[in-house]
Ligand binder design. Structure first.
Ligand code: DGY
Length: 308
């Protein structure tokens, strides 16, 4: 008998075919994903769970999945999974590193360019038929060459962002866990753009709050493509409203898909709907890697990308 797998959201058909050849698949139909209650009900009797970044895989899910051997998250971040609860039951947790590094770094540069060159403001102006024609001093932004990019968290994605920023003529500073980087306070005080690339953990929740924003230059920009709760959104709205910093570009939010209402009303913030890894190639590679992890573990092989 084939092992049984629960897939919480539709994945590319090529990937599903590979999974179905090896496993008996129970999957979410249609465009939406399964609710938490549906996951709790349907995970019973499954040996594997293929979860998305939006699924809360907490203790109730893990306890309902009494036959689970692997939780394969289709994301590099895994703060949506109670890894400790999974570990207690001997369940392997895997993520999808590397395959999304380029897409996420590209998107970070897209956000940097959008906010520093005021692309969102310009697009809104054109769409509301408010553009009166070329003007010498219209929507002037900040040039990147010669500016300092401060990377908070020089991991795989942070390094890929640094390489791209260097190609734009920026200098790069970074914090790092090993202590070879700049202290956060100094990085915040000296950078023209601060880009966040740390995972969400208890230590990084609200890493950027009111005191940190107050340390930044008034001309600086904050970019967040990692996880929303790394930034205190209330404090960020205050800093943007009071022009304590020049602007921000966000791909992630504290309570997705809800965006702080004040941010929605501000011109100096670019708001994207969690698109960092959203290319067809990358999303397919992420799903493919998650399936490879499932097939490996259910075939008594080592997982390719375990989280610890
Ligand atoms: C990740 O992989 O963690 C992204 O946020 C989901 O695309």
């Amino acid at each position: 008998m084939k092992p049984r797998v629960l897939v919480t959201r539709a994945l590319p058909s090529s990937v599903m075919q590979r999974l179905s050849a090896a496993c008996d698949v129970d999957r979410a139909e249609g465009g939406g994903g399964l609710s938490h209650d549906e996951i709790v009900t349907r995970v019973a009797g499954k040996q594997a769970l293929l979860s998305m970044v939006t699924d809360v895989v907490d203790r109730p899910v893990i306890e309902a999945g009494t036959s689970l051997r692997i939780i394969a998250n289709v994301a590099v971040g895994y703060n949506n999974i109670d890894v400790a609860a999974a570990g207690e039951r001997g369940i392997v947790v895997t993520n999808t590193p590397d395959v999304l590094t380029d897409a996420t770094a590209d998107f970070t540069l897209a956000l940097i360019l959008a906010v520093t060159r005021r692309l969102g403001e310009g697009e809104r102006l054109v769409r509301r038929a408010g553009w009166q024609g070329w003007a010498f001093d219209q929507l002037l932004g900040m040039q990147l060459r010669g500016r300092q990019l401060g990377i908070v968290g020089l991991g795989r994605i942070g390094k890929a962002v640094a390489a791209r920023a260097s190609a734009f003529g920026m200098t790069v500073a970074h914090t790092s866990r090993s202590g070879d980087g700049m202290p956060l306070d100094r990085l915040l005080a000296t950078s023209d753009i601060v880009s966040l690339h740390v995972p969400l953990t208890p230590e990084t929740r609200h890493l950027i709050g009111q005191p940190e924003l107050a340390r930044m230059k008034r001309s600086a920009y904050l970019i967040n493509t990692t996880r929303g709760p790394v930034v205190d959104e209330e404090a960020l709205a205050w800093a943007l409203r009071s022009r304590l910093i020049a602007g921000a570009a966000l791909d992630v939010y504290e309570r997705e898909p809800v965006v702080h209402p004040e941010l929605l009303a501000l011109e100096n913030v670019v708001l994207a709907p969690h698109l960092g890894s959203a290319t067809t190639d990358t999303r397919t590679a992420m799903a493919d890697l998650a399936v490879s992890n499932v097939i490996a573990v259910l075939g008594d092989q080592a997982p390719l990308t375990p989280v610890s």
